[in-house]
Design a protein around this ligand. Structure first.
Ligand SMILES: C[S@@+](CC[C@H](N)C(=O)[O-])C[C@H]1O[C@@H](n2cnc3c(N)ncnc32)[C@H](O)[C@@H]1O
Length: 271
């Protein structure tokens, strides 16, 4: 798919949303990278890297002897990522504008990583097969993706259910799968990966974090929700305001999507 099918607002504003997303996900993504054992000197690929938060993390882990390439279709996000990598003094990192559905890199990687990309694609199975080709023999793939059915609220919050419905329908209308998380182990097996492992992370909060991210995501899918005729502008504004009020109340709990973290190897260990 190209950027036109990506349901969430990207560019400069999108970068700020991804920064918040990275704050919510940071500890669990770092724990995943520990499990995967990203080695000093490794060559890594971050597919659908966005603003590059995990690309930076990988670059720090592999050190000066290693290197990381982040690819994405959003040129604005990539430009921000290049600027930030310079500010961070990371010299083992590069960002390339590529559509993962139409790209064959000339090299193979020790680690192929992707977070929250496959849920947006019409052909996730083909992309995972491509990732199998991109990983060197014995190399590792690590994926993080969502199951949107995981949302919950205490006490119940009708605006949250509207949000889940709007998000689910807009993503599905563009050929994506908002509940792809639990399908990842099967897709990896089908693509030929071995030694498949899985963990689950469920973001939930009384204040900030996933509460704020949920409100912002609803605002950032507004164009798609209205373009798809899922509701009127008036009802959408009311839903945004109701979700904000619920999220601003520190006595309520909001749980986001379940996040599946799945990793596997391309054949047996070679070293
Ligand atoms: C939800 S964001 C996640 C960004 C990043 N992985 C993170 O976790 O911060 C999904 C990213 O996938 C990118 N994307 C969507 N379709 C793509 C494609 N076909 N090829 C490469 N990137 C794509 C979007 O531009 C967006 O930056």
């Amino acid at each position: 798919m190209g950027t036109n099918k990506y349901v969430i607002r990207g560019g400069e504003e999108g970068r700020e949303r991804l920064r918040l997303l990275s704050e919510v996900m940071g500890p669990s993504t770092r724990a995943l990278l520990e499990d995967v054992r990203v080695a000093d000197g490794a060559a890594c690929l971050d597919v659908g890297c966005g603003g590059g938060d995990v690309t930076f993390e990988l670059a720090q882990r592999v050190g000066p002897a290693g290197r990381v390439i982040g690819i994405d279709v959003d040129e604005i996000e990539l430009e921000i990522a290049r600027r930030e990598s310079k500010q961070k003094g990371l010299v083992n990192i590069s960002f390339e504008a590529r559509d993962v559905c139409q790209w064959e890199p000339a090299e193979r990687f020790d680690v192929v990583y992707s977070r929250f990309l496959l849920t947006h694609l019409t052909n996730p199975g083909h992309v995972i097969e491509a990732m199998h080709r991109h990983a060197r023999p014995g190399g590792v793939i690590a994926l993080e993706d969502i199951d949107f059915r995981g949302h919950f609220a205490e006490p119940t919050c009708p605006a949250l259910w509207k949000y889940v419905e709007f998000y689910t329908r807009t993503v599905q209308a563009r050929g994506g799968d908002p509940c792809i998380g639990p399908k990842l182990p099967g897709l990896l097996r089908k693509a030929g990966f071995q030694d498949i492992r899985m963990k689950l992370f469920h973001p939930a909060a009384l204040e900030g974090g996933i509460k704020l991210l949920t409100c912002i995501t609803l605002e950032y899918i507004a164009e798609a929700v209205l373009a798809d005729g899922l509701t009127s502008e008036g009802e959408l504004v009311e839903t945004i305001e109701e979700l904000r009020r619920f999220s601003d109340n520190p006595h309520t709990i909001l749980g986001g999507p379940r996040v599946f973290q799945v990793w596997a190897r391309n054949g047996p260990l070679t070293e």
